[in-house]
Design a protein around this ligand. Structure first.
Ligand SMILES: *Cc1c(COP(=O)(O)O)cnc(C)c1O
Length: 448
């Protein structure tokens, strides 16, 4: 196995085994079988530079999953570090419940200027799931506040992923082992996801049939990320958006994964000219620095919550750390940098380069079934000769051993590099991936 790209680790004896044991003794990792964790060669990160993570042994890994899709500009961006340090000299946190925070106001104003939502009002939280949870509750109360009865339902799509809290899990589809929670989910009307070419007309037919019972339609505009990067036609998303408008059903756009430039526009809704009533933001909001999410609500929905003080129209919901000042300061500077650095131009150029390389070297590979891509969101679906070979895991492990950090969703290898990824780094990702693909084909040849 080549050590190419793993940097300075070679001469020093590995110390990570000790760290992995300490880790497994006290940390419970999400979406991870802890009985197998220590044996699965996890990397233990100590620090980072640019787009590389550096582990406790000093080995370097290109962060080709943007630390699970959150990192936009890279790690330790001097401008973001400075914004965080200077906010520390003012205040780290003060509550938004009933009181204001200067930097949260500045961030909300900056977001209001760029989000595809009319007359936006912003409810802050800390995780994407909470942003969706808030959206679901706001949509529900929007109808009851107006004395309109029976609008308790939600329409959501097959393959949808909206987070892991009970409400966001309910609008999300099954999978990832979450079926165990099915009895906890509230029922929703579910129509097919983006893997069905007729998904939009089926959704529209269902919205027409159930309009009187629906509080909202919830969808991930353009790309269903967690289901393996399934990409829709912008016109189809637009058609579902106009059906919601025509039939008077609220549209919740979950842009937790797609927001902040990931798809090649600042927000994926823009590809379809979508103006959602409620927009959920998370992941890239702080450039990957701090946990902050936001539910952006159109003025017409917000207005339905205005009424007498302490009265029933109030939105009785709020998280302790919502609008955290440190996160807000970083998010504000991050928005400025996205524009100042013309990050979307780099997304377009690198996405084009990546598409060419994948078409030339990966799409026709015997280990690959199909490649899907939108901007810098890529899913490489593998074609294992039989089930149970865990090719997704093995291809990613082979890539990690070559200094490129990848993580699969089942047998889909996800490539989600930071938006500032360079020409050379794109090549490094494809080199590591193709070598790892060659390995599984060779190994499976040996097995048969
Ligand atoms: C990641 C994700 C979420 C959940 O965000 P968390 O911060 O992990 O709670 C919700 N929706 C989409 C589309 C996501 O990709």
């Amino acid at each position: 196995m080549t050590d190419q790209g793993t940097g300075a680790g070679g001469a020093t004896p590995p110390t990570s085994d000790g760290w992995v044991a300490r880790d497994a003794a006290v940390v419970w990792h999400g979406f991870t079988q802890m009985a197998a964790y220590a044996g699965s060669a996890p990397i233990v990160v100590d620090r980072a530079e640019g787009r590389e993570l550096i582990d406790v042994d000093g080995k370097r890994y290109l962060d080709a999953i943007s630390s699970l899709w959150v990192t936009t500009l890279g790690h330790r961006v001097p401008e973001l570090d400075a914004a965080l340090r200077s906010q520390l000299d003012k205040v780290a946190h003060s509550t938004l419940l009933g009181n204001g925070s200067r930097v949260a106001i500045e961030l909300a104003e900056a977001l209001a200027g760029v989000v595809p939502v009319d007359a936006p009002h912003i409810v802050f939280a800390s995780d994407g799931a909470a942003a969706v949870e808030q959206a679901v509750k706001i949509a529900f109360q929007y109808w009851t506040n107006q004395g309109i009865e029976g609008r308790h339902g939600y329409l959501a799509l097959g393959n949808a992923y909206h987070g892991d809290t009970v409400g966001s899990l309910s609008v999300g589809d099954g999978g990832f082992g979450t079926d165990v929670f099915d009895p906890m989910r509230f029922p929703v009307i579910r129509t097919p996801g983006y893997d069905d070419p007729g998904w939009a007309s089926k959704a529209i037919a269902a919205i027409e049939r159930h309009a009187d019972e629906l509080a909202a339609v919830v969808l991930e505009p353009l790309v269903q990320g967690a289901s393996g990067i399934l990409v829709a036609e912008p016109d189809d998303v637009a058609a579902v958006g106009s059906a919601c408008r025509r039939l008077g059903v609220l549209l919740v756009a979950d842009e937790v994964a797609t927001g902040f430039g990931r798809t090649g526009r600042l927000f994926a809704s823009e590809w379809s000219g979508l103006r959602p009533d409620i927009l959920c933001l998370g992941k890239g909001l702080t450039g990957g620095y701090l946990p902050m999410s936001a539910t952006v609500v159109a003025g017409a929905v917000f207005a339905a919550f205005l009424g007498e003080d302490l009265g029933p129209k109030t939105f009785y919901h709020g998280h302790s750390y919502g609008g955290n000042a440190l996160a807000a300061a970083v998010a504000l500077e991050h928005l400025r940098l996205l524009q100042a650095w013309d990050v979307l131009d780099n997304v377009e150029a690198r996405a084009g380069q990546l598409a060419d390389l994948l078409a030339g070297r990966v799409a026709g590979h015997p280990a690959v079934r199909v490649v899907r891509q939108q901007g810098l969101m890529v899913g490489v679906e593998l074609a294992p000769p039989r089930p149970g070979l865990r090719w997704g895991r093995r291809v990613c492990a082979g890539s990690v051993a070559r200094g490129v950090l990848l993580r699969p969703l089942g047998d889909v290898v996800v490539i989600m590099p930071p938006l500032t990824v360079t020409d050379g780094e794109v090549i490094r990702i494809v080199d590591a991936l193709t070598a790892a693909l060659d390995d599984v084909v060779t190994e499976s040849g040996d097995l048969t």
